[in-house]
Design a protein around this ligand. Structure first.
Ligand code: CP
Length: 311
C-alpha cells in the first residue's frame, strides 16, 4: 500500500509529479463538469480527531470530484467519546472497506501508527499530526508558490511565527528544500523547536532583517491551545516583533507573496489589511488545496502498485 505520511518521504521527482498532476486537476475546475470518474468505486474515509475547516472540506471535495465515495468521521459525536481506541476505530473502518484513510490526530505519529500497524490495509494520508507534519499543506503551499514564482530553485521563503508548535513549518521546510528553495525560520527564541538544526534551514529572531530578501513570506498561526503555562511573549509584544502589518509589508520586494495556512488570528500574527491585500494568496491556497489533494488521492489510489512506499 502507498501512503503519504511525511514530506520527507517525497523525492523531488515525487513532489514535482504531485504539482504537475495538481495543475491538471486545477484546469478541470474551469470546465462545466468538474467531476472525473478516476476513483469511481473507491472509498475515502476522512478520520478527524482534531478540528479542521480547510483540510477536511478540501479532502472531501477532492475525493468527490474524483467520484470516490466519502465517509466523514469526526471524533466529536463518535464512540471515541466513550473511550474507543484508535485501533478499534481503525478495525471498524477496515471492516467497512476503506481504500484510503485521511487522518488528522492530536498525537504526533498517529498516521504512522495507522499505516504500519496492520490494523488497516488502506492507503493512509497524514492530514496533520500533533506538532509533527502536515504534508498536503506543504504540497499546496509549494504549488501556490510554483504558480506565482515558477521554479523554486534558489527562492527565499521566510516562515514566520510559532514554529515550535507548527506541523506546517516542518513539512514546508522539508519539502521546499527538496524543491531547491532556501528556507529561513523566523520566530521568538521561546518558539524555536528543539533540534531545529537538523532541519537544514537558516533561523533568525529578526523579522525586519529577513523580509526585504524574501520571495515568499509565510505567516504561522500562534497556537495558544498548544501552549501550556501561558503565552510568552505577550500577544501585544508578539505582534509588535513578529506580526506582519502594512509597515512591514512595504519593505517586501514587488513580486513577494504573503501566505498563511489558516486559520488566521487577524491582529495577532497578521493584520487584516495585509491578509486582504493584493499580495495575499491566502484564499488561493485554499483553492489550490483541493487540486493538490485530488492529485494526492489520484496518485495513491489509481495506481496498481502494491509496494509499501510513499506516493
Ligand atoms: N491549514 C489547515 O490545516 O487548516 P484547517 O485546520 O482548517 O484544516
Amino acid at each position: 500500500k502507498r501512503h503519504l505520511l511525511s514530506a520527507a518521504d517525497l523525492s523531488r521527482t515525487d513532489a514535482e509529479l504531485v504539482l504537475e498532476t495538481a495543475a491538471e486537476m486545477l484546469a478541470l475546475a474551469d470546465r462545466p463538469i468538474k467531476k472525473l470518474p478516476a476513483l469511481r468505486g473507491r472509498t475515502v474515509v476522512n478520520l478527524f480527531f482534531e478540528d479542521s475547516t480547510r483540510t477536511r472540506i478540501s479532502f472531501e471535495a477532492a475525493a468527490k470530484r474524483l467520484s470516490a465515495d466519502v465517509i466523514n468521521f469526526a471524533a466529536k459525536g463518535s464512540s471515541i467519546s466513550k473511550g474507543e481506541s484508535l485501533k478499534d476505530t481503525a478495525l471498524t473502518l477496515e471492516a467497512m472497506g476503506a481504500d484510503a484513510v485521511v487522518i488528522r490526530h492530536g498525537a504526533s505519529g498517529a498516521p504512522h501508527r495507522l499505516a504500519h500497524s496492520g490494523w488497516v490495509h488502506s492507503s493512509v494520508v497524514n492530514a496533520g499530526d500533533g506538532t509533527h507534519e502536515h504534508p498536503t499543506q506543504a504540497l499546496l503551499d509549494a504549488f501556490t508558490m510554483w504558480r506565482h514564482l515558477g521554479n523554486l530553485d534558489g527562492r527565499r521563503v521566510a516562515i514566520v511565527g510559532d514554529v515550535l508548535h507548527s506541523r506546517v513549518a516542518r513539512s514546508n521546510a522539508l519539502l521546499l528544500q527538496t524543491l531547491g528553495a532556501e528556507v529561513t525560520l523566523v520566530s521568538p527564541p521561546t518558539l524555536v523547536p528543539v533540534g531545529v538544526e537538523a532541519w537544514g534551514v537558516e533561523t533568525s529572531y529578526d523579522l525586519d532583517a529577513v523580509l526585504p530578501k524574501a520571495d515568499v513570506v509565510m505567516m504561522l498561526r500562534v497556537q495558544r491551545e498548544r501552549m501550556q503555562g501561558g503565552f510568552f511573549p505577550t500577544p501585544r509584544e508578539y505582534s509588535r516583533r513578529y506580526g506582519l502589518d502594512a509597515r512591514r509589508m512595504a519593505t517586501l520586494q514587488d513580486h513577494t507573496i504573503v501566505m498563511h495556512p489558516g486559520p488566521m488570528v487577524r491582529g495577532m500574527e497578521i493584520t487584516a489589511d495585509v491578509a486582504d491585500s493584493d499580495r495575499s494568496v491566502i484564499v488561493e491556497q485554499v483553492t489550490n488545496g483541493v487540486a493538490v489533494r485530488m492529485a494526492v488521492l489520484y496518485l495513491l489510489l489509481s495506481s496498481d502498485s502494491q509496494e509499501d512506499t510513499s506516493l
